[in-house]
Design a protein around this ligand. Structure first.
Ligand code: DLL
Length: 440
């Protein structure tokens, strides 16, 4: 059990509650949030009427399956404040996720919403040993995106020294990391990979820093990527998960065993739904991660479908927490590519690539459509400066190895082209892995 921080010790007890007590607590909170939402959000009243269900029909957590689900487009359709459950005067902050198309998703927070969010991030950070002795560099973007302020609040709550770097200015990030004695960093895994290549360019020695761990999330990443980061920077890489709609980062966070992020279940009630039937599936089976916010006031969400595909892990974690974990997000249901009838996910390609010796994690997936309407996929893979100076034969060999690995993992033959160092655009936030030119 965590003994790292007195303020946290008092509040992290829900992580270890006996399961029956946790379920009871969830059920009490579920009823409260359902009644509150039904009374205060006309959209929910309407949806429940359509389904022919009233709050009093839901008599246990098992009955939750009869309630309607909600998706991103419902939030877009009620932009900006159509889902608000309290008076605007009670809202103390607003965040939003930009999305690539259409209107953003807006999340209004009451003071209490901010407290719950902060506590969840802090609980997760304390769980891997962050204390007031730590210096936390926050390199997620600050602003409407929840990453920067979310990580910031969690670190500050624990009394850590927070360095609010935001993204960008990569050389300075590295210099300050060393000069300020930074021990922990929070950023997207792809931005950390960018920091790694910048460090290489600058002749920056990770051993001169005090960095010992990172909180990486906001985008899918693989265990192969984790290993890559841990080996090069000599740190522990922890997975932090969250989404704007539910509060931001810190809905779930890895413990020291790094065997799937633990969901702060006393605040966020998880279900895994079969994406076709929308029926809940048992723990251990894959489906769409769905959350009900158990404590939110500003914009409570009941059965929000995240589109993230994973499973709840039925086995107990070695850390002793009873709050459940989920497996790495294998993909978002909207990220799935269907190529010649086969489902392909960017994560499969990343895992295959990084299992080849000497590969660096800079890649992009290009989708095109030929004149006959057939979809084509090509993976552009950057080669390291070292490899770039190899002989043609060695480079050719490497290309074949990568292509064979990708074929082995995906089951289809995918074109691989190697590009020179620095060619794949670097990201300061979420990486853009897939370039879809099919409709161009
Ligand atoms: O990305 C919140 C966040 C900030 C999480 C910083 C972690 C760290 P959104 O921009 O709304 O919010 O994007 C949410 O990003 O539904 C997932 O598809 C993806 N995502 C977030 N964390 C992870 C993760 C923030 N650890 C969407 N692994 C989610 C895989 C993740 N995917």
């Amino acid at each position: 059990m965590c003994t790292c921080h007195p303020r946290i010790n008092a509040i992290n007890s829900p992580d270890y509650l006996p399961v029956e007590i946790l379920r009871k607590l969830q059920w009490q909170k579920f009823q409260a949030v359902l009644n509150f939402t039904y009374s205060n959000v006309p959209w929910y009243r309407e949806k429940m009427k359509e389904k022919g269900v009233k709050p009093e029909d839901i008599r246990s957590l098992d009955d939750v399956r009869y309630l309607p689900t909600i998706v991103k487009t419902d939030l877009r359709d009620t932009y900006p404040f159509g889902m608000l459950a309290v008076d605007m005067k009670d809202i103390v902050r607003v965040h939003a996720s930009s999305g690539t198309t259409g209107k953003p998703i807006v999340l209004p927070y009451t003071r209490r919403d901010l407290e719950v969010w902060t506590e969840a991030v802090a609980r997760g950070m304390a769980g891997v040993g962050i204390t007031s002795e730590d210096v936390l560099q926050v390199s997620y973007g600050y602003g409407l995106f929840t990453g920067g302020l979310g990580a910031h609040q969690g670190g500050e709550f624990l009394g850590a020294t927070v360095v609010p770097m935001s993204g960008g200015n990569t050389e300075r990030q590295l210099n300050l990391m060393r000069d300020f004695g930074v021990t922990a960093i929070a950023c997207t895994p792809s931005y950390f990979v960018h920091l790694i290549s910048k460090a290489e360019e600058m002749g920056f020695d990770w051993k001169e820093t005090k960095l010992r761990l990172g909180f990486f999330g906001a985008e899918p990443w693989t265990n192969e990527m984790r290993r890559n980061i841990e080996e090069i920077a000599g740190i522990k890489a922890y997975d932090i998960y969250g989404l704007t709609e539910i509060s931001g980062p810190g809905v779930a966070l890895d413990c020291v065993y790094q065997s799937g992020p633990h969901i702060f279940e006393d605040h966020f009630y998880p279900e895994i739904l079969d994406p076709d039937t929308l029926e809940p599936v048992p723990d251990g089976e894959y489906g769409e991660l769905t959350f009900t916010t158990l404590d939110k006031q500003g914009m409570p969400l009941i059965r929000y479908r995240t589109r993230d595909i994973t499973r709840l892990i039925p086995e107990k974690c070695e850390c002793g927490r009873t709050i459940r974990r989920f497996d790495r997000i294998s993909h978002r249901s909207d990220d799935m590519m269907i190529i010649r009838g086969v489902n392909v996910f960017p994560g499969q390609i990343e895992a295959a690539l990084l299992s080849v010796e000497g590969a660096v994690p800079h890649y992009q997936i290009l989708l095109t459509r030929d004149a006959s309407g057939l979809d084509n996929i090509e993976v552009q893979v950057e080669i390291s400066a070292d490899k770039f100076s190899d002989t043609h034969r060695e480079i050719d060999q490497f290309q074949k190895q990568v292509a064979a690995k990708i074929q082995h993992v995906t089951g289809i033959r995918i074109g691989v082209s190697l590009v020179e160092p620095g060619r794949i655009p670097r990201s300061e936030g979420k990486a853009r892995r897939v370039i879809d030119n099919r409709n161009k």
